[in-house]
Design a binder for this molecule. Structure first.
Ligand SMILES: Cc1cc2nc3c(=O)[nH]c(=O)nc-3n(C[C@H](O)[C@H](O)[C@H](O)COP(=O)(O)O)c2cc1C
Length: 189
């Protein structure tokens, strides 16, 4: 069974580091072998602050940006959100993108790869779980936290993991694949 994994770049600001980390996650997930991974950049969707007139649970979307975002999110069996910490919290771009939809997220698991200073983005990762569970996304406990994230980026701007990070990412993807297969069954019932 082929499982589609969306590796989502959560930050959208100019000069962001998110794509550097997410490109590594996508390539690591490809070699892991449990998924068919796709890199999804929130910036490409250019979502304004939530601007739909109806509650997203209706699925009646007025705007083209929402329809595009809905089609993308609906196509995934699992997500890895690659998120920084802004003021001990997930970036507003991610909170906004999550709020745009309801049913497209339902009964799907998510892993979190967070990055930041000493915290490795863990406070943001914990805080976003509250919103994920409200949307019936299952945030798995196994995740990857990258403290002082610049230590992982080489002079050429490429992300270089270490043994500990690779181990954490493997465990996260193993668990995510288990949840993704189980929840796929639940969605089909
Ligand atoms: C508005 C803002 C708030 C931030 N707050 C935190 C924070 O609470 N904890 C932390 O570790 N880093 C914080 N940082 C530093 C980020 O970890 C760093 O800028 C990182 O590059 C952000 O990810 P991005 O480049 O993908 O946007 C903050 C950065 C910004 C722009």
């Amino acid at each position: 069974m082929s499982l589609k994994l969306h590796v989502v770049v959560a930050s959208t600001r100019p000069g962001r580091v998110g794509p550097t980390v997410a490109r590594w996650v996508e390539s690591f997930a490809r070699s892991h072998g449990g998924f068919d991974p796709v890199l999804i950049d929130l910036k490409d969707f250019d979502l304004p602050v939530f601007d739909e007139p109806e509650h997203p649970a209706t699925g009646r979307y007025r705007h083209e940006h929402t329809k595009r975002w809905s089609a993308s999110v609906a196509a995934a069996d699992a997500y890895v959100f690659v998120l920084p910490e802004y003021n001990y919290f997930p970036p507003p771009s991610l909170v906004n993108a999550l709020n745009y939809l309801v049913h497209e997220w339902t009964y799907k698991p998510a892993g979190l790869v967070s990055y930041g200073g000493v915290s490795g983005g863990l406070r943001a990762a914990q805080a976003v779980k509250l919103l994920l569970t409200t949307l019936k996304i299952m945030p798995i406990p196994e995740g990857v936290a990258l403290p002082n994230f610049r230590q992982f980026i080489d002079e050429g701007g490429t992300f270089r993991s270490n043994e500990l990070v690779d181990k954490g990412a493997t465990v996260m993807l193993d668990e995510l694949a288990r949840w993704a297969s189980a929840l796929k069954g639940l969605r089909e019932r």
